[in-house]
Ligand binder design. Structure first.
Ligand SMILES: *Cc1c(COP(=O)(O)O)cnc(C)c1O
Length: 452
């Protein structure tokens, strides 16, 4: 009766898996924000290193992980896969529930998997500082950790709502040597424009991205770094799914259902793309892939699949993705990492093609699931990861009804050790369930730059 399935350091994947190789038709290209023509590598050079631009557009199936990146990843990788036996027993389900545990990284989430790679490629190309945004603070602390290992500087624009809710994430960034600024700030034109219009704004990832991109574009020694959404970020996260494939195979299983939460889509891509590839190529055509998002920011379930900007100010290339409109500011829910108006173009494409099925939950039912998980498996998960827990529990309860012995696998993307203000609010019955703000979203979508 194995509970924890571990791999040796030497079994950590040596290559990233690029799902673009297995799509039936190519991805729609990113478009230049001003001309609306397909963006060229030159258009992106002022904010990204060439190697990441190359990876962004690559259709090679596998891309080698540099030795120096692998050496650092082995500080915590391969990460453990758990069989959630106590949760199964509590739910009285015939299903088997497995979860991949990404909370073992030093900053506590999956995000360092790409932060390390991004810092590495930027340093290789002579960049001295990275500018970025952070929602819940997980990405900021991951990049602060990565840049500290490569002796680089780091400036993090942190969404105001999270900056106030999660002061310890800010401290963590500072311990790693990064500068953390609440966004919108008066450091950038983009930030000043939003503040002039609404000084009390909780901020949003879209605003913080505008600030970080502007900062990077205005400084030669500085590049921009994004913690999710883009193809190369999804690529770097595929160590998760490749390890999980090996680990469930050790238990003589293959998942029937694979689940993850989606903010920008990177942890979801990381776990599911190897399984989505096996589904697309007919090796395992019947795997059910479920993407979970908050009902308060229902990008995949209620958004439009079209070209839109990644940020509020319209500085990023236009990406074809599910979007609620680039100036949509989601309610200040506690899963700050899931408050993004768009979603990864790759994940969006899989949803659009019917390969992935999206579902949305309200935050109270999500925290209820997180408590069940904490009281059976012991891990107090991040509010983002709790969305995946909720969907896994629902699938397991469905199996109790039908008697099916399905194998359920979900990504436990990070711990909630800095999220006790949200647990406290839930326990006190003070957590609002926001209704889907249909009017706001409609209004925002009506201002989309190009119709897809
Ligand atoms: C940032 C974050 C997410 C959401 O981001 P994705 O890019 O969608 O993965 C989910 N879980 C945790 C723990 C996070 O820190």
């Amino acid at each position: 009766m194995q509970t924890k399935i571990l791999l040796d350091e030497g079994e950590m994947p040596k290559r990233w898996y690029n799902i673009q190789a297995d799509l039936p038709t190519p991805m729609d290209p990113p478009l230049h924000p001003v001309t609306g023509k397909p963006a060229t590598p030159d258009d992106l050079r002022h904010i990204f290193p060439m190697e990441l631009i190359r990876q962004e557009m690559s259709t090679e199936r596998y891309i080698d992980i540099p030795g120096e990146v692998r050496d650092i990843l082995t500080l915590w990788r391969p990460s453990p896969l758990y069989r959630a036996r106590r949760l199964e027993a509590a739910l009285k389900t015939p299903a088997k529930i497995y979860y991949k545990w990404e909370g073992v990284s030093p900053p506590g989430s999956h995000k360092p998997n790409t932060a390390i790679a991004q810092a590495y490629y930027n340093r290789e190309e002579g960049i001295e500082r990275l500018a970025t945004e952070t929602g819940a603070g997980q990405w900021g602390s991951a990049l602060a950790f990565a840049t500290s290992l490569f002796d680089m500087d780091c400036t993090v624009y942190m969404v105001r709502a999270s900056y106030d809710q999660k002061p310890y994430r800010k401290s963590m960034m500072q311990v790693y040597g990064a500068e953390c600024i609440p966004s919108p700030s008066d450091r950038t034109q983009a930030g000043r424009a939003v503040l002039a219009h609404d000084p009390e704004t909780p901020g949003s990832l879209g605003i913080a991205i505008s600030e970080a991109v502007e900062d990077a574009a205005n400084h030669d020694n500085t590049n921009y770094s994004l913690g999710s959404v883009l193809n190369h970020v999804c690529l770097h996260q595929t160590v998760i799914g490749q390890e999980a494939e090996e680990q469930v195979a050790i238990a003589d299983d293959y998942p029937d259902v694979v689940i993850g939460c989606v903010g920008g889509g990177s942890n979801y891509a990381g776990l599911t793309f190897p399984f989505a590839g096996a589904k697309l190529t007919g090796k395992h055509p019947d795997t059910e892939l479920i993407a979970v998002e908050p009902a308060a920011c229902p990008t995949l379930t209620k958004g439009l699949y079209t070209y839109d900007f990644g940020d509020v100010a319209g500085l990023t290339p236009l990406l074809r993705m599910f979007t609620l409109g680039h100036d949509f500011i989601p309610p200040a829910i506690h899963a700050g990492g899931l408050r993004y108006h768009g979603a990864s173009p790759l994940v969006s494409r899989l949803v659009h093609d019917g390969v992935v099925r999206p579902v949305a939950y309200h935050q109270n039912e999500v925290f209820e699931a997180a408590l069940t998980f904490a009281r059976t498996e012991g891990i107090i998960v991040a509010p983002e990861a709790a969305h995946a827990v909720k969907a896994a529990i629902d699938q397991a309860l469905l199996c109790r009804k039908t008697g099916e012995e399905k194998v359920i696998l979900f990504n436990n993307s990070g711990h909630g050790n800095f999220d006790f203000s949200s647990y406290e609010a839930y326990l006190a019955g003070k957590l609002p369930d926001y209704e889907y703000p249909l009017e706001l979203v409609k209004e925002s979508l009506s201002r989309l730059p190009v119709r897809g």
